[in-house]
Design a protein around this ligand. Sequence first.
Ligand SMILES: Nc1nc2c(ncn2[C@@H]2O[C@H](COP(=O)(O)OP(=O)(O)OP(=O)(O)O)[C@@H](O)[C@H]2O)c(=O)[nH]1
Ligand SMILES: [Zn+2]
Length: 214
Amino acid sequence: MTSFDDDDVSASAAYPAEAGSHHSKSEKVDRPRIEAAVREILLAIGEDPDRGGLVDTPKRVAKAYAEVFAGLHHDPADVLSTTFDLDHEELVLVKDIPFYSTCEHHLVPFHGVAHVGYIPSHDGKVTGLSKLARLVDIYARRPQVQERLTTEIVEAMVQYLKPRGAIVVVECEHMCMSMRGIRKPGAKTVTSAVRGQLHDPATRAEAMSLILGR
Ligand SMILES: Nc1nc2c(ncn2[C@@H]2O[C@H](COP(=O)(O)OP(=O)(O)OP(=O)(O)O)[C@@H](O)[C@H]2O)c(=O)[nH]1
Ligand SMILES: [Zn+2]
């Protein structure tokens, strides 16, 4: 798996190599194949892929896709394996983590915020706060549906952090509902997943009041 470089502050903090202009050796995205497909799409919609404004578009789209779908080639174990000792038996919540993902039905963006919280494990290990945001990006940067994004984040926390409890709430606007189809810009979809002690009504209510108390 590609390691993360904290010094790179490109568009994606989690995927510096793929965000650059060069084709990383470790990149698993087949850019020439994307380029050929994008040229076909341009032809299919009745455009001229050789006109000035479009001639570099297949290359640009391939580069953008390598970045947008980089999460397919990153393993959550890599980010969540960095823990440190800290005795903390209460909720830790990182809220309003912004992200962009791609609807797997229409390949257009959906975007919003994720709120990710957990009650650390009994062994006194916690993860760095930024790792929770990196976790969101790993799953967001794939073809997704919002429900799966939500449960994948919570399941990774359960698997690698062994928390006493975990909660993930995701709020999104789907471009496939805004710019096309039903055309309802501003409609928000909210999904949540809870595990362990976060099922307890009082603990869950505390988490939800922290999440909603903006
Ligand atoms: N549950 C869920 N549905 C989603 C998500 N993203 C997009 N969709 C929905 O996926 C559905 C796909 O429906 P289809 O009837 O197969 O496709 P469509 O004809 O393009 O549907 P419309 O969007 O209604 O025009 C739509 O209702 C979308 O709103 C998501 O993250 N979760
Ligand atoms: Zn869609």
